[in-house]
Design a protein around this ligand. Sequence first.
Ligand code: TRP
Ligand code: SF4
Length: 328
Amino acid sequence: MKEKRVMSGMRPTGKLHLGNLFGALENWIKLQNEYKCFFCIVDWHALTTGYEDTSDLQQYIREMAIDWLSAGIDPEKATVFVQSHVKDHAELHLLLSMITPISWLERNPTYKDQLKQLKEKNISTHGFLGYPVLQTADILAYKAEKVPVGEDQLPHLELSREIARRFNYLYKPIFPEPQALLNEVKTLPGIDGRKMSKSYNNTIEISDDAATIRQKVSKMITDPQRIRKTDPGNPEICTVYAFHKVFSDFEKRKEVDEECRKGSIGCVDCKQRLAEIMIETLNPIIQRRQELTKMPNYIDDVLHEGKKRAEEIAEQTLDEVREAMNLV
Ligand code: TRP
Ligand code: SF4
């Protein structure tokens, strides 16, 4: 029996790219075999920065579900659901907001940072300030002990522990203090060598087909010192090689490394090799994605089943919370 609970979420803000796949999803896929996992498409969190234009939200939610399943999240093993389908998150968010000092939220580095970075959007909202309280509600609704996240989420998790501690102290010790499980990150740059990010327009999406992958790989930045095919190159500063490190096995990588340094392989060749290996690796995901896209009812069923399973647990927790706070 898998007893220990894992909870994590992603905001549905568009198609997933390979950075997401190797950054988070690969870890989730491993965890679903060992833990009772709750994987949540956090649409309410998407509103904290994207409340003005919500026209694509439903489409993004579906795309996210399809991306997760095609990458290997198994709805038989893990509970896959949408945050707004389980209203208990909202109730718990409200109750936790009563006991969370504003100063804890205002000193949150992610909050301060985002306020500065997203100047063009008006995010001086109650909802945005309370982002980590909602995230805490997501986690505590399932009494999750482990939360797989990237490093950028550590301040949020710290806050979740503080809120849990405060609840336990004020009312009744019912919540475990959730621990971060740091995603093991394989770093993939974007095709221009910067960090892979939608805002830089340098991503390779999980949903890209073979032709798109070939085209994007052909545009990747290589060692700029290499002008002629026979010039010796330095793979360590090359984007193509960074991808070989993730996609090619040890032998093939060593071959590329040696041939590049000797100047016996051209960058065009090297890119072609990479593109073919990527297509081979991603092919099962691409195939599954195409199939799932044709099965809208199946996706609905998965999310509905996920909602029911999540709700069952979250409702039990909320019963305990209401009782502890003398609300019943
Ligand atoms: N804040 C997380 C992020 O931006 C998303 C998130 C929302 C989350 N609720 C969560 C992560 C609960 C882990 C657990 O990546
Ligand atoms: Fe990069 Fe390959 Fe060209 Fe070397 S041969 S610079 S690793 S693309």
